[in-house]
Design a protein around this ligand. Structure first.
Ligand SMILES: NC(=O)c1ccc[n+]([C@@H]2O[C@H](COP(=O)([O-])OP(=O)(O)OC[C@H]3O[C@@H](n4cnc5c(N)ncnc54)[C@H](O)[C@@H]3O)[C@@H](O)[C@H]2O)c1
Length: 247
């Protein structure tokens, strides 16, 4: 199989971390890119201790210069870049009448603009390097397809990620770069800052009445990055235990 080098934003925790482990197990060289460099280093150390290849890069994904620097760093480290997982994200819940511009803009910057930056800089670099097996995966959400109270900022950002995945796939197809979104349901990661009772409630919203573990999203992302998913392009794939089918 051709060499694969993939940068993973939000790779220090949750979905990004589990994806890094699975990709590294398959021989993919990874860059663990995150705000939280301490946790990122722990992830990289675990991968390297098992004989995989991982390095870290500290960045704020809402800063375009830092995302461009991530792409350049990846190429400096490994000689190429064949993929990026635009996955870092935050939530900031507020009722609409209290959704002040700063709170709205913050989530648009971290969850939406970051995805555009990752797609833009990674795709340009892949084309420049003549990469022929490029894949870009973007983390959207079930809330890119539906509304949730207090989440107008997040709903808008994640709907844009769904749209960007379509647009990117269309325009990058001539370069044989695939772009795919994933739309997780409620995943048992640190982003769900809440008590057990609230977590149980969110879990109960899925068809099988429990939160989804991040490994389950990671295994879908691993597949989407692989040649086995060669015909999947432009779509955003729900990983939601049926949530969108009946809510
Ligand atoms: N957990 C869920 O229920 C759920 C559901 C749907 C979508 N998602 C999405 O999945 C993605 C991953 O979230 P997770 O659940 O693994 O959460 P997580 O909190 O475990 O991981 C998110 C990671 O992103 C990093 N990060 C946050 N802001 C950043 C920034 N500005 N720059 C660089 N790194 C930053 C954090 O440090 C963290 O390591 C997010 O985009 C989130 O919106 C999560």
């Amino acid at each position: 199989m051709a060499e694969r080098v993939i940068a993973i934003t939000g790779g220090a925790s949750g979905i990004g971390k589990e994806t890094a482990f699975l990709l590294a197990d398959e021989g993919v060289k990874v860059v663990i890119a995150d705000f939280n460099d301490t946790l990122a280093k722990e992830v990289a150390e675990k991968i390297n201790a098992k004989g995989g290849k991982a390095v870290t890069f500290k960045l704020d994904v809402s800063k375009k210069e830092e995302v461009e620097a991530l792409v350049n760093f990846t190429v400096e480290q490994y000689g190429t870049i064949t993929g990026i997982f635009n996955n870092a994200g935050i939530g900031l819940v507020k009722p609409f009448l209290e959704m002040d511009p700063a709170s709205f803009e913050k989530v648009i910057e971290v969850d939406q603009l970051s995805v555009y930056y990752g797609m833009y800089y990674a795709a340009r670099k892949m084309v420049e390097l003549g990469v022929t097996n490029g894949v870009i995966i973007n983390t959207a959400s079930i809330y890119g397809f539906m509304s949730a109270v207090g989440s107008s900022n997040y709903n808008a950002a994640k709907a844009a990620v769904v749209a960007l995945s379509r647009s990117g796939a269309l325009e990058l197809a001539p370069h044989n770069i695939r772009v795919v979104g994933v739309a997780p349901g409620f995943i048992n990661t640190p982003i769900l800052e809440m008590d057990e009772e609230s977590k149980n409630y969110l879990g109960s919203l899925h068809m099988r009445k429990k939160l989804i573990e991040p490994e389950k999203v990671a295994s879908v992302v691993r597949f989407l990055f692989s040649e086995d998913a060669d015909a999947v392009n432009g779509s955003t794939i729900p990983v939601d235990d049926g949530f969108l089918c009946y809510k």
